[in-house]
Design a protein around this ligand. Structure first.
Ligand SMILES: Cc1cc2nc3c(=O)[nH]c(=O)nc-3n(C[C@H](O)[C@H](O)[C@H](O)COP(=O)(O)OP(=O)(O)OC[C@H]3O[C@@H](n4cnc5c(N)ncnc54)[C@H](O)[C@@H]3O)c2cc1C
Length: 397
């Protein structure tokens, strides 16, 4: 049986190697459009490749896979992070788990993964054809099975050839990006890090929490990236122009009010500006005071009226800024959208419309937040396809 793999990236190589290991007689060819394969692996994780995550601090799969959580739940049972960890270690790549549960090669260099893939693919006899862009299935008529692993495509035209085969494509839009905010007073706090905020888009259900970083053009950091992922389609549809609500202490109104009361009781004589509640950075606190009580001069905590306190609560937990555009996150983004999951068999990732076709990796409408979840999706989907192909009766013929 001849198997074509279109796309020599993370999913393509993982699929090819696993298929050859399960079924050595399979004739496997990877077609890669670029001069060099695995380019995204090379630049991933800042050149270190955050290749998976322990998932130990994941409360729900929906929180790390805004698209595709249901399918991932199924696939992770067969090939999850533990299997990925063992796979890399048994294929010569020792790994290390960081305190934040992200997993990297011990060498802290993505080249370790690339060398592993290239070496095993070569030793197993996988054929690699570089600078070969496939743009129609007709070009692969000689193959019994065609695995599409072309990755996320930033524009719908990149997947038109698949749409032409009758596949339903969820329109691709970017995910994982920083947000531009024009407000000069916020931007002047550039470099400020707030450990635990909750941020959301008013009028939607999209909320994310975590660390926030104020940059010279807006906001970034884990909470922002998560929000951009959860709300990727909404933000695209409103052209990256909508209000952003920041809850600076990640507390509800009652908790915030009680914190302010406590600070007031314990530090009655202190100047408001000299004591930031909840450990907020001092510069940010000055900015928030200015927004909450702009007409007030310097006051002591004891001098706050009930109305002042309410205004402070509102600013601390409902501070709103207009988003003015999409920023970039170290040029790192994934694509939300791709081949609709409704079109594939969830066990085999085979096309329901064209049984010759299989899909793995980011070309599917699955995407994760940062932390190694996108590579884990590539490994899990590729493994599912390799297993499905290896079980086909016609494979050994
Ligand atoms: C800068 C950056 C850093 C990242 N860091 C991380 C990280 O640390 N951890 C993490 O989990 N995720 C990370 N990601 C996301 C991760 O890289 C992707 O989710 C993952 O690479 C998807 O694997 P894939 O094989 O599906 O697609 P890709 O890795 O994109 O591979 C697709 C391949 O197909 C080729 N191709 C495309 N079209 C055709 C065609 N028509 N014919 C032939 N070949 C074609 C492409 O050239 C490419 O080589 C990062 C992404 C970026 C951009």
């Amino acid at each position: 049986m001849r198997v074509a793999i279109v796309g020599g990236g993370a999913a393509g190589f993982f699929l090819a190697i696993n298929l050859k290991e399960m079924c050595p007689v399979a004739d496997v060819t990877i077609f890669e459009s670029a001069l060099r394969p695995l380019r995204k692996v090379a630049v991933s994780g800042g050149g270190r490749c955050n290749c998976t995550n322990t998932f130990r601090s994941v409360r729900s799969l929906e929180s790390v896979y805004p698209r595709g959580a249901r399918l991932m739940r199924r696939l992770l049972k067969t090939f999850g992070p533990e299997q990925a960890y063992s796979w890399f270690e048994s294929h010569g790549v020792p790994l290390v788990v960081q305190a934040d549960e992200c997993v990297f090669p011990q060498t802290q260099d993505s080249q370790a993964i690339i060398d592993c893939f290239l070496c095993h693919a070569r030793n197993l006899g996988v054929k690699l054809i570089l600078q070969s862009r496939i743009s129609s299935l007709g070009e692969l008529a000689d193959f019994d099975a065609v695995c599409i692993t072309v990755g996320g495509q930033p524009r719908a035209e990149g997947l038109q050839w698949l749409a032409d085969c009758g596949l339903h494509i969820e329109p691709p839009v970017p995910s994982l990006f920083a947000l531009s905010i024009a407000d000069a007073s916020l931007r002047s706090l550039m470099g400020t890090v707030v450990e635990q905020v909750e941020m959301g888009l008013p009028g939607t259900k999209h909320v994310a929490s975590g660390t926030l970083l104020i940059t010279h053009w807006g906001v970034s950091g884990p909470a922002t990236l998560r929000l951009s992922s959860y709300a990727a389609r909404h933000l695209h549809d409103c052209q990256y122009a909508c209000p952003l609500r920041i809850n600076w202490l990640a507390m509800n109104d009652e908790q915030t009010l009680s914190l302010l009361h406590k600070t007031m009781q314990e530090h009655r004589r202190k100047l408001l500006s000299s004591l930031a509640p909840g450990g907020l950075p001092q510069r940010l606190w000055h900015h928030l005071l200015q927004r909450a009580l702009p007409e007030r001069g310097e006051k002591r905590w004891a001098e706050l009226s009930r109305r002042d306190l309410n205004r402070m609560v509102n600013t601390l937990s409902n501070d709103t800024y207009p988003i003015s555009g999409r920023g970039i996150f170290k040029e790192e983004f994934v694509t939300c959208g791709g081949v609709s999951l409704a079109d594939v068999n969830p066990a085999t990732l085979q096309s329901r419309k064209n049984p010759r076709l299989y899909f793995a990796g980011e070309v599917l409408d699955i995407d994760g937040v940062t932390g190694g979840f996108n590579f884990q999706a590539a490994w899990s989907t590729a493994y599912a396809v390799a297993t499905a192909l290896a079980r086909r009766d016609d494979l050994s013929q």
